[in-house]
Design a protein around this ligand. Structure first.
Ligand code: NAD
Length: 474
């Protein structure tokens, strides 16, 4: 039987051509073609045109891969990424400008300066769940910072990967940025090459492989990983709004979002009311049921469908909403599981689907202790009053945090996006993205001639042998 990639007509690059692609880009980088700010802006404009001109095709590909609605693909991907490009073009001169540093009275004559320089040739490996946000968006910053780039889209979303490669060839300069399509052999061949930065988005197991491969070249890495993002709901929360905002964050892309709320912690009394609010919100979102709604995405493939479904069938909690699914259409209902034990089938790995367990706790302190006993998550959500919000934020660790809403921090380009600990390291979006792909080149420029040159030589000559300890006191 044809694989999903073959069905989509996705053509893989050969493993043999990868070293040459790397070598070609490394050569072009040394010509300084990508150093020119106008060239970078032009490439970024091309990228924005590529997305805007072909928005319908991208929406169609995303529909084929994920059964996603037009609204969600535009709102959650094309619009966001184009806004990021526009924002980057607007700020590029400012971000790329050398920064003069004040280092105290001893140094002004040496002109201490930080030059923002491209790192060189970089690799971006993306995940399938948001082919534009987590594959194309890092490339914005790699190009903005003046690098040559290779990006490998995930083969798990084959229609999107195929389209991105086709469009890239039409809009972007192949001398400085290239798409390589393929699976693990191509990813491995890419990771065997020398790069000056690698950004990988995906799971922690592969994240470790990436970091190990990069270590051979001492190549810096940004790892955008996942994990179980907790949602602590306090009795002071507006539960009707909370249910809508959490259900939206959990059903957007059918929960296949690295920052989806993964599980809820609240008291039994809050749980009782919250479950009713979830039922109301679900009815409002999907009046004819989620299975019939064109607004509700599908699970990416059979493997993931079986994985998530087995969490539901294996739960020791109570399924109070949803629980049904259809493997043939890769539909899994938005599912709420009440009274999930803390060691439930839904509570070990990241769910990455539309299933939301609720674990009850005695109070906020117990929720905080539970969060702290686990890996640092990519994001932490808290719903309730501001006083306890501060307590929760002050006493926990996570890549990002949102109070009284879900997912939206990803859309604020001015906020650095990334994890901490096992949810990843490094970040991107806005200036943080530009900085990730830039080298801060510390520079001194000491005059040797003229009055300043004379003065520096006079002051600094005490460093030359023969040395006198008495000069240290001066
Ligand atoms: P995936 O299967 O699409 O893999 C990502 C990339 O790794 C692909 O390009 C793939 O070809 C490559 N790859 C897979 N196995 C490999 C191997 N053995 N060696 C080298 N390369 C390999 O993505 P996934 O891992 O299923 O993605 C889902 C995970 O990503 C979830 O945990 C999610 O939370 C996380 N994620 C994180 C972010 C973020 O920004 N932090 C965004 C999206 C997804």
């Amino acid at each position: 039987m044809a694989t999903p990639q073959e069905q989509a007509g996705l053509v893989y690059s050969t493993v043999e051509e990868i070293p040459q692609i790397n070598a070609d880009l490394r050569k072009v980088f040394l010509t300084h073609k990508t150093r020119d700010l106008e060239y970078r802006k032009n490439q970024l404009k091309q990228m924005a045109f590529m997305i805007k001109d072909n928005e319908n095709l991208l929406v169609e590909a995303l529909k084929k891969d994920l059964g996603r609605s037009r609204f969600d693909s535009v709102f959650g991907e094309t619009m966001l990424v184009v806004n990021e490009i526009v924002d980057t073009i607007k700020n590029l001169d400012k971000w790329a400008k050398s920064e003069r540093v004040w280092a105290g009275m001893a140094w002004p004559m040496h002109y201490p300066t930080v030059r923002k320089e491209p790192k060189g040739t970089v690799l971006v490996l993306g995940a399938w769940n948001y082919p534009l946000n987590v594959q194309v968006s890092p490339v914005i910053y790699a190009i903005a910072a003046g690098n040559c780039v290779v990006m490998k889209p995930s083969e798990v979303a084959p229609h999107s990967a195929k389209l991105i490669a086709e469009l890239w060839g039409k809009y972007m300069d192949p001398e400085t940025s290239r798409i390589v399509n393929g699976g693990i052999p191509q990813a491995t061949a890419l990771l065997d090459q020398r790069w000056e930065h690698i950004m990988y988005t995906g799971n922690g197991t592969v994240g470790r492989i990436v970091a190990e491969k990069a270590a051979k070249w001492l190549c810096p890495v940004t790892l955008e990983l996942g994990g179980k993002s907790p949602t602590i709901i306090d009795e002071t929360a507006d539960l009707a709004k909370t249910a809508r905002r959490v259900l939206w964050g959990k059903t957007f892309n059918s929960g296949q979002t690295c920052i989806a709320p993964d599980y809820i912690m609240c008291t039994p009394a809050v749980q009782t009311k919250l479950v009713e609010e979830f039922k109301k919100a679900s009815k409002e979102f999907f009046p004819n049921g989620p299975a019939k709604s064109a607004d509700f995405s599908r699970i990416i493939n059979d493997g993931h469908w079986k994985r998530i479904n087995s969490m539901v069938t294996g739960t020791r909690g109570k399924v109070v909403l949803g629980g049904d699914g259809d493997q043939s259409t890769k539909y899994l209902a938005p599912t709420i599981i009440a009274d999930a034990p803390q060691d439930d089938s839904t509570m070990s790995g990241e769910i990455f689907g539309p299933v939301l367990p609720i674990c009850t706790v005695k109070n906020i302190d117990e929720a905080i202790d539970f969060v702290n006993s686990r890996d640092q998550p990519l994001v932490l959500y808290y719903f309730g009053d501001q006083k306890k919000a501060k307590k929760v934020l002050d006493n926990t660790r996570s890549g990002g945090a949102v109070v009284n809403d879900t997912l939206l921090h990803f859309a604020v380009a001015e906020l650095p996006f990334g994890g901490t600990g096992p949810s990843g390291y490094g970040n991107y979006h806005g200036k943080a993205g530009f900085d990730t792909f830039s080298h801060d080149r510390a520079t001194l420029n000491a005059p040797a001639k003229g009055v300043v040159g004379f003065a520096i030589e006079k002051v600094m000559s005490m460093r030359y042998p023969p040395l006198r300890d008495s000069d240290l006191a001066k």
